[in-house]
Each structure stands twice: as C-alpha cells, then as structure tokens.
Ligand binder design. Structure first.
Ligand SMILES: [Mg+2]
Length: 400
C-alpha cells in the first residue's frame, strides 16, 4: 500500500488569462474571500493527511514564499523549487527531483477539488500503474472533455484539443506519481502533459480515477466569481424525508397526499433550530410512488408546498428539495443508495459535499452520503432528528 504524505504543486505559470490581476499577483495568491486560493488547497491537503508540500515556482516566486514561509503557520512543511518563468511543467518536476518522495501527489495550483486522498490512493494501488490521474466525470457538461477512461479504469485517450468524440471526462490534475517516471524525463525544456502522459497511456501505465465532485478553478477571469462563492464557508445539512421528519409509510406504500403527511415528534423544532443556526437545509428523498403510479409529481409538489408553509410558520425553512421519482429497476443515477441527488444539489448550490452532514434513517441514506463524501448520521426512533441536531449544534459550538 502506497502512503502519500507529499504534495507537489505546479505554481510557476504567469496566469496570462488572469491579466491584469496577475500583472502584480501570481495566480496562486489571488485572494478569494480574503484568502489566497492556494491557502484553500493547502488546508484541503492537510485535512487529507499531507504533511509536506513542494511548491514549484517561476513567476513572482517571492510573493508566494513570503506568505507561506516554511509552512508551519499552516501546519505543513513547505519547500520550494524556483525555476525560470519559461520553464514548462515537466522541467519544473524534473528540477525538483531531489525534493521528491518515492510517491507523491502532483497538482496544478489553479484547480480545487474536495479530494479523498485515501480513495485515490487505494484506486491507484489496485491498478498497479506508475501514475493515476483524477478525472471529473463532467456529467453537467461544464466544460469539454479531454480524456477517455475505459471500463477497467485506465486512461486510453488524452486529447488536449478536445476533439475526439468519445471522450468521457476531463483531467483535473491530482495525480499520484511514482518517482521512477523521473528517470525517463528528457533534458530539454518539456511539458509533462505533452511528453509524459502520452507515453504512460501508451504503456497502459496511467489509471483514471473518476469523480463526480465538481472542480472549481482560478484558471480564467470569468471563473473567479463562482469559485469564490464555492469556497465561501457554508453550513449545509441534507436530510432524508420519510422516517426523519415525517412518519415513514409501510414498505411499498407512499405518502400520497398532505393528509398522510405526519411530522415526527420534535422534527419541526429540529428544523427551526438548524435554520436559526444558519444552516441551509436540503431534502434528499426517494419517491418511487411516482414511478409506480401511486401519485403524481403534482401531488408531491402539493405536499411540499403545505409542508413548507407549516415549517415557515415555525421559523424553519428548507432551501431545496431533491427527489427521485424513479423505480428501483430504472437504473437512474439519483435513487439512493446512489449519490446523484447530492451531487446535483452540490453543483446547483456550489456546495463542497465533504463539508456537509447527511442525516437519514436508512442504510441507503448512509451509503449515498458516504459515497458523496458527506458526514453521515442516523436518526432513529431512539435517537430522533431533534436529538441528532442538538448534538450537532453542540459540537459546532465547541469548534467555532
Ligand atoms: Mg427514510
């Protein structure tokens, strides 16, 4: 099992697409919510057990070095490799060879992704390759794909022109690399992406770790406002509906109309407590009664309108409701235990799922939540939503 303690970050570019900001500020130092973008990346890395970071610099390096220093202020050990502004990515990696662990995480300084390093490393181990790249599945067609990952998890096409029709994802960096690849690097100025990646793919030595977590970038001016909103700290809670806030109907039966909707004891109070404490609440609910013809989407909408009215009167508000109308045999992406609704909510509301809590009453809720990177909690008749919420708010009080 490979252990990764080191992250190596390519942060030497001039950020030409970010001019005029980058005339005086190097890209990693662009402030978002009063904090340099790179600081968010470092916090996320530390949360994943990274202890040592190598920054590969070129453009305005002193501005970065002054701010981050030896890293101790950020709970990390940071070292620097400074090259020429004109150095390409491969050259920067090669020139830092004496600083590198036998395996390390290679990243770009302009993409943020809520990384699960453990999952990435175990995927890498299972594929026995020299390298693994993280690939965004791009289900929302946020950008053009540039990679194809086959059904075994190997990258077979990398097309920087993004013209090949069958591509199925976009590379976001977050590579696991084995330093043995360094021995084959050319002595000239060269691009890691143009020289090393095609070679690895040709030898079937590049695994592709696919993720539904959307990435946010400071690669261009127009992306900055969205990335800023994404990185803004938020308090988010996801709740299952039946069995968590209202009584659960018997198996294969459904809450088909408002008269059948009965709040569980303490549920309204729990929701109003969350609202008072600044949480945005989202419901994530399977409603297969629609697929089975027991009710219509309009029936469901009517229930939710009336539910929201009661909650509103009690000082509680729900920001969004996501429901899966499909049956189990429709093989959709959204029916729990699949995490599709969580990823959809995350994209639509700029949520980092790894900083959220999902409370459900069913094993399928916990599975969906943990697949999406949420902290999951179980509500039961003995440990009701209100009790779970009180404990949560208590622990919030301790950490803030
Ligand atoms: Mg339930």
């Amino acid at each position: 099992m490979v252990t990764i303690r080191q992250a190596v970050i390519l942060a030497g570019g001039q950020g030409t697409r970010l001019r005029p900001i980058t005339d005086t500020i190097p890209k990693p130092m662009i402030p978002l919510n009063q904090k340099p973008f790179l600081e968010y990346l470092l916090e996320m890395l530390r949360g994943n057990g990274i202890t040592n970071v190598v920054l590969l610099l070129g453009y305005l390096p002193e501005k970065i070095m002054e701010y981050f220093g030896d890293g101790s202020r950020f709970g990390l050990s940071i070292s620097y490799s400074v090259g020429a502004v004109s150095d390409e990515t491969g050259t920067r990696i090669r020139n830092a060879a004496n600083l590198l662990d036998s395996h390390f995480l290679l990243m770009y300084c302009d993409n943020y992704l809520p990384l699960d390093l453990k999952a990435l490393v175990s995927f890498h181990d299972a594929h026995h390759t020299k390298a693994t790249v993280t690939v965004y599945t791009n289900k929302d067609h946020a950008t053009k794909n540039n990679m194809f990952v086959d059904d075994k998890g190997f990258v077979t096409i990398y097309d920087r022109s993004r013209k090949t029709p069958e591509l199925n994802g976009v590379d976001v960096g977050f590579f696991i690399l084995d330093t043995s690849i360094l021995s084959r690097m050319p002595p000239k100025n060269f691009s890691f992406e143009d020289i090393i990646l095609p070679r690895l793919i040709h030898e079937r030595q590049l695994a592709g770790y696919c993720t539904d977590h959307k990435y946010y970038s400071v690669g261009s001016l127009e992306r900055l406002p969205v990335t800023k909103r994404y990185l803004q700290p938020k308090k988010i809670i996801f709740l299952d509906r039946d069995g968590v806030i209202n009584t659960k109907p018997p198996k294969a039966e459904y809450v088909k109309k408002w008269e059948e909707f009965v709040f569980l004891p303490g549920a309204i109070e729990a929701l109003s407590l969350l609202t008072t404490h600044g949480y945005q609440i989202f419901l994530i609910t399977n409603q297969a009664g629609i697929a089975r013809g027991a009710m219509t989407e309009a029936d469901l909408a009517d229930i939710h309108t009336k539910m929201n009215a009661v909650l509103q009167k009690n000082g509680a508000s729900i920001t969004g409701i996501y429901y899966c109308p499909h049956g189990w045999d429709e093989h959709c992406d959204c029916r729990k235990p699949k995490p599709g609704m969580l990823f959809q909510a995350a994209r639509e509301h700029l949520i980092d799922l790894t900083k959220t809590v999902f409370i459900g009453d069913d094993e399928r809720d916990l599975q969906a939540g943990s697949q999406a990177g949420c902290t999951t909690l179980l509500a039961t008749p003995d440990n009701t939503l209100l009790q779970v919420v009180r404990k949560l708010l208590e622990s919030d009080g301790k950490t803030h």
